[in-house]
Design a binder for this molecule. Structure first.
Ligand SMILES: [Zn+2]
Length: 525
């Protein structure tokens, strides 16, 4: 007797191979593939998938759910896209280990414009304690990366300086411990202090440790480095070469349109592979990027931590320096739309551009941003059109690309990527434009990221694999989320099964929370 039987659908198993017709049984959280007639096959629940695609659950390689999933464990924006596993702890900004609780609180505040600041179910300090909070308490599985920011904060505090030998050894030990407790690799976000204070040598040393234990290096590169075009990615490749770590470049895209620009970026990665490096990347299919507003402020303003940063934002002399140095990220201040205002008196700024907010306040833009950040405890997020649209298909369709939504769960106007990434690829890129075969898109969402991480029993529909399954209608799937109306769920994803349990049933969320923290080196029971 099966717990669940999905029959009549086209099984696209995640390998990239063409689909076949058959049935998928689920028993004890595991998949059984059935072919031919099904006489005598019994199941507690049968789903008719005629005309539908049945495939493995999608793995999102870049998600900002590390705290916000505690506020909303049903996680509808993602699970309604077919996501069953998310990679969290990205951009160097992760929430364990934090041996010092005061540092944890500082870090929460500093990064609240990116990862939010919800009510937490408990306090924790180690990776093991943090991961235990996800088991059967969220709709999706999580894969944790340890960010270099917490390692740095624990070892040398908030200062902008290189580590001593002893401090570096301490960071390596903390990283080793995190990987032993189940983290899948090291992340960096080299535009985000204090992790961005780490230079190439320090990162190569940490990556040696990750490589030894079989972890990956997942990096938001140092976009301000050198020529601000190829050099940031060359640093990532250099770190891979020196340490032997598998390098994964996250949210890879062309920022400013230039003829041949995408080919040159992709060429770097292809040449790296030809020379023997193990390198991959992820992309998302929208032109709208989004992050904490603090990212426009220079490293020196952040040195010492958030209390010092707030003193800098309030200081008239520092302000005059900031007015000269702070520039918009993206095309202009008119195209940086602010979100995540918490104070009632600031709600009028929700969704307004930085330029509009400054006009409303009668201030210069940089002064307006300083005032708003101070009144919102630094927690402002923004969305901008920072991605070159015409070259996006070259990234998404590249054989080395997987998908990272970079979904942020803050404010009334998040980037539409939070609600639409995977269905947009299936509708616009596969069905409408024919840029990608369906089986290839599914491979990017499933077996490729599973292989990248080394997940032993997910990413394919094969006998004995964990039952993370999506059933969708390839003719109806669509992603209505837009920049001005971003909070719209995807359509056409009819069933989503996580660890053998229905989370989306005929298009409705069941309230089930079968997700787990998947731990490196351990079976996911
Ligand atoms: Zn991110």
């Amino acid at each position: 007797m099966f717990d669940l039987l999905i029959r009549g659908g086209l099984i696209v198993d995640g390998s990239g191979n063409p689909g076949f017709y058959g049935a998928v049984g689920v028993k004890d959280e595991k998949v059984v593939i059935l072919r031919g007639d099904l006489p005598g096959v019994e199941a507690r629940r049968v789903i008719d998938a005629q005309g539908k695609v049945v495939c493995p659950g999608f793995i999102d390689f870049h998600a900002h759910s590390g705290l916000m999933i505690f506020a909303d464990p049903r996680h509808e924006p993602k699970v309604r896209q077919g996501v069953t596993t998310e990679v969290i702890g990205v951009d160097g900004n992760s929430y364990a280990p934090f041996p010092n609780p005061a540092d944890f609180d500082r870090f929460l505040e500093l990064n609240s414009g990116l990862d939010g600041r919800p009510q937490l179910p408990a306090r924790w300090s180690t990776v093991a304690e943090y991961l235990s909070l996800f088991d059967r308490k969220a709709a999706v599985n999580i894969v944790y990366l340890v960010g270099n920011s917490p390692l740095r904060i624990a070892a040398l505090g908030w200062e902008n300086r290189p580590p001593t030998g002893a401090e570096l050894a301490n960071m390596r030990a903390l990283l080793r411990e995190a990987l032993e407790e189940g983290a899948w690799g090291l992340s960096t976000g080299l535009d985000y202090p204090p992790g961005s204070y780490a230079q190439t040598d320090e990162l190569a040393a940490l990556c040696q440790e990750a490589a030894r234990l079989g972890g990956i290096y997942h990096t938001h590169v140092r976009y301000r480095l050198g020529d601000r075009f190829l050099d940031p990615f060359k640093e990532a490749i250099e770190i891979g070469r020196r340490s032997g770590v598998p390098v994964h470049i996250t949210h890879f895209y062309l920022r400013v349109g230039s003829p041949g620009g995408a080919e040159r970026l992709l060429g770097l990665v292809e040449d790296g592979r030809k020379s023997g490096l193990d390198i991959t990347f992820d992309s998302y299919p929208y032109i709208y990027s989004s992050t904490r507003l603090l990212i426009v402020f220079p490293d020196w303003a952040h040195a010492g931590g958030p209390e010092r940063l707030k003193a800098v934002l309030a200081d008239p002399e520092a302000r005059s320096r900031l007015r000269k140095e702070v520039a918009p990220r993206g095309p202009s201040w008119d195209e940086m739309w602010l979100t995540n205002f918490k104070r009632p008196e600031n709600h009028r700024f929700e969704g307004r551009s930085a330029a509009e907010a400054a006009r409303m306040l009668g201030l210069e833009v940089v002064d307006a941003l300083c005032e708003l950040l101070l009144s919102e405890d630094l927690g402002i997020n923004y969305v901008t059109s920072g991605v070159d649209g015409p070259s996006l298909p070259k990234f998404i369709c590249h054989p080395l690309a997987m998908v990272g939504s970079d979904s942020v769960f803050l404010g009334e106007y998040p980037s539409p990527r939070t609600y639409g990434t995977f269905p947009l690829i299936l509708s616009a890129f596969v069905r409408e434009e024919g840029f990608l075969r369906l089986e290839e898109a599914i491979r990017k969402f499933t077996s490729f990221p599973a292989q990248r991480l080394g997940l032993p029993d997910r990413g394919l529909l094969r006998d004995g694999f964990k039952a993370d399954i999506v059933v969708f209608d390839p003719a109806k799937i669509r992603a209505p989320a837009s920049r001005t109306k971003p909070k719209q769920y995807a359509e056409g994803i009819e069933y989503v099964i996580v660890n053998g349990e229905l989370v989306i049933d005929a298009g409705r969320h069941t309230g089930a929370l079968p997700g787990r923290a998947l731990r490196r080196g351990r079976a996911s029971t």
